[in-house]
Ligand binder design. Structure first.
Ligand code: FNR
Length: 184
């Protein structure tokens, strides 16, 4: 079973990113399982915590969880034209201590969303900048920018636009192809 960890850049209960995660999870083929990896409980990264006597238990649990998954899907809104702090914090926590990053080599994919038209382009690309240094091979095409997200779901949280579902299926297919490439 190939395990996909989904990291969500929002802690909001009714988060559109979380709803997208639930919809996208259903698009993976047999042999793949998805799990949302919660990041809201991680204390703000502090380099003093790199000392092994000092490591918060939440860091250890999180790092072990990322180690056991095969690939990472990021689904995020944009905060002030960049990556929400909670998601950047999770990246930083996973990247240290130096030389022990849990991200190294893991295939990744990015979906950004916004209630507006710009689709969180800024967050999407700031996130990609970090994925370069973290050495995470990332789906390049198709790029997933989901605009007008507030109109996307029905009352049960299901995506109500067929063309968006088709697009997201093509995105998941490209992610699966990338994962296969790095498994062989
Ligand atoms: C926003 N929002 C926002 N939207 C956007 O398109 N560009 C931006 O720079 C920002 N900046 C921003 C900052 C802060 C602090 C908040 C709280 C919100 C709006 C944001 O896209 C919207 O709230 C998303 O729907 C949030 O995603 P979730 O929580 O539904 O996943």
């Amino acid at each position: 079973m190939v395990k996909i960890g989904i990291l969500i850049g929002s802690l909001r209960k009714e988060s559109f990113s979380r709803k997208l995660a639930e919809n996208v999870s259903a698009l993976f083929p047999e042999g793949y399982e998805t799990e949302i990896v919660e990041i809201g409980n991680l204390p703000l990264y502090n380099q003093d915590f790199d000392d092994y006597n000092n490591v918060p238990a939440e860091y250890t649990t999180f790092r072990n969880k990322i180690k056991e998954i095969n690939a990472v899907l990021f689904i995020t809104p944009e905060y002030n034209r960049s990556v929400p702090a909670v998601l950047k914090n999770a990246l930083d926590v996973g990247s240290r201590p130096y030389g022990k990053s849990v991200w190294d080599g893991k295939p990744a994919a990015v979906i950004s969303q916004s209630p507006g038209n710009l689709s969180a382009f800024g967050a999407n690309h700031h996130l990609r900048q970090s994925l370069v240094v973290l050495n995470m091979p990332t789906v390049q095409q198709p790029e997933a920018y989901i605009a007008n997200v507030a109109t996307l779901f029905d009352e049960n949280g299901k995506i109500n636009k067929q063309d968006t579902i088709q697009f997201l299926q093509s995105f998941v297919d490209a992610f699966v192809d990338l994962i296969k490439k790095y498994q062989s």
